[in-house]
Design a protein around this ligand. Structure first.
Ligand SMILES: [Zn+2]
Length: 491
């Protein structure tokens, strides 16, 4: 975190009060700890703890005072600001509004996609899936692309599932969904695109696009909650999946990362899970913004998977980054590359449980210079040049991914044929060989096992906690009961 970043937070007193009142709410990268003020507070409180702990009399007090350290930190930061900038004049840094010359509203974007589908019924089809629980309802639009629509259920095709707009404030991602669908339907074209080669690739694909996974959250953003990333009832849809669900890091911030009451508690997540089960994609991409990165599993630990799938994913991302993204992107595991772990994410579920061989999270744009309160600017390009550059570069990168993915599958397929005496082995059969029982998904065995493990972990933690408490009570009783004995012996 730079000092400049703190400066840009503007009037410290008002900012800090606002943040406190909103439960620590200021802008944060996608799943992020790129959280300048929290960083400042934790550094300050850590320094204070260190000083106290060097003093034997204050060490215990430092421990007991830890809960009020943040209050003291707020006070200290206020003082620093007052000293450096003099008395505050009550001005706020400007917050950039949504640029409606560049960006569609959620309604107009979905309408435009619907009319695109109607203009190209040979290639595109659309379904709207509704889901409801505990009085909360959502509707998800899913568009299917297949060059010959009647072949969209052909299981020999290479299947790709793309989700956009899982976080409400990341408007640029939904614009990318529209751009990709426009290129697929040949209403728009990529510069320097070899349409013949591209058509050859597209002929073997089925692509499902979810252009706006979090429609309710997006509506809140459009109503003025520009920093909102969660769904319509405050749950982060990228923490609501079952892999390592509910685990909270030290700097857990409910405004950003509320995982919900249970894995799949949210209708949006339930719809996406059903889609992954029925479609069985070979590639999954969860498209976000807030920085520029090409992430692969895992988000909940700082390692990447081992073996062939991991190598395939890495080489694909390196080519995309080099040829279309000017090597700007970080490549690696979500958990390892950002310096923090995220639990209950969609990509970890897709890779670990849904057994999608290639599962990614792409972060397509971020303005690290923007004030952390200026969320529209932080997560979305605000000028037409950058807006077009992001859409053009990432469209090209996606089409490159389609062709590399297909090449990799062909390579695997030929290896599979060479390694068996069977005349023909499908991609899925071969993938099952090294990705374990993909068919388990139908029986949901893996998922049940995963949820079971979550419960066992919780019970184990409770057991440990109660053991420690019992031990503590036991020790304190012993120490009380021995005192009179010792004093009796002394006397
Ligand atoms: Zn995001």
């Amino acid at each position: 975190m730079s000092r400049d970043h703190l400066k840009r937070l503007g009037n410290p007193l008002t900012t800090l009060e606002k943040i406190r009142n909103s439960g620590g709410r200021i802008g944060k990268y996608d799943s992020g700890r790129g959280f300048p003020l929290n960083d400042a507070l934790s550094i300050l409180s850590r320094d204070m703890e260190l000083k106290w702990s060097h003093h034997p009399c204050l060490a215990d007090q430092a421990y007991s005072l830890s809960s009020s350290i943040y209050d003291i930190s707020f006070f200290a930061i206020n003082c620093c600001f007052s000293l450096v900038y003099g008395k505050s004049n009550g001005t706020q840094p400007p917050v950039t509004p949504i640029n409606h010359d560049l960006y569609h509203t959620s309604g107009s974007l979905l309408e435009e996609i619907e009319s695109l589908v109607h203009r190209h019924p040979d290639k595109l089809s659309m379904e709207k899936i509704s889901s409801k629980n505990r009085g909360y309802e959502t509707e998800t639009t899913v568009v299917t692309y297949c060059q010959k629509r009647r072949e969209s259920d052909d299981r020999s095709k290479f299947r790709i599932l793309l989700s956009f707009g899982q976080h409400g404030r990341e408007l640029i991602t939904t614009e990318l969904a529209l751009r990709l669908l426009s290129i697929l339907s040949e209403e728009e074209f990529l510069p320097n695109m070899d349409r013949v080669a591209l058509n050859k690739t597209l002929n073997r694909l089925v692509i499902k696009v979810v252009p706006m996974e979090n429609w309710n959250g997006r509506k809140l953003v459009e109503e003025g909650e520009l920093c909102e990333r969660r769904n319509g009832r405050g749950v982060d849809l990228n923490r609501n999946w079952s892999v390592d669900w509910g685990k909270k890091e030290k700097d857990y911030d409910p405004y950003e990362e509320n995982p919900g009451t249970a894995p799949f508690s949210e209708p949006e997540t339930q719809i996406m899970r059903k889609l992954s089960v029925s479609f069985e994609p070979h590639v999954w991409v969860n498209v976000h913004s807030g920085m520029e990165a090409l992430f692969m599993p895992y988000d909940h630990k700082n390692t990447t998977p081992v073996g062939l799938p991991s190598k395939m994913m890495t080489s694909m991302l390196e080519v995309m980054n080099h040829f279309h993204l000017k090597d700007r992107c970080i490549i690696g595991s979500g958990g390892g590359s950002v310096g923090y772990l995220a639990h209950g994410t969609a990509t970890d579920y897709m890779y670990d449980i849904a057994r999608v061989p290639m599962a990614f999270t792409f972060e397509i744009y971020g303005d690290s210079e923007a004030s952390s309160k200026d969320c529209f600017k932080m997560f979305n390009p605000i000028d037409i040049t950058t807006f077009n550059r992001v859409l053009n570069d990432w469209s090209a990168a996606f089409f490159k991914m389609f062709s590399i993915g297909l090449e990799q599958m062909d390579e695997l397929h030929s290896k599979a044929v060479a390694s068996t005496f069977d005349k023909w082995v499908s991609i899925d059969d071969y993938l099952n060989g090294y990705l374990m029982e993909r068919k388990n998904r139908y029986g949901k065995k893996v998922e049940v096992l995963d949820l079971g493990m979550q419960e066992i972990r919780t019970y184990f933690r409770l057991f440990l906690l109660s053991s420690v408490l019992l031990l503590f009570m036991f020790c304190s009783r012993i120490s009380k009961s021995t005192r009179p004995l010792v004093s009796a012996m002394n006397s």
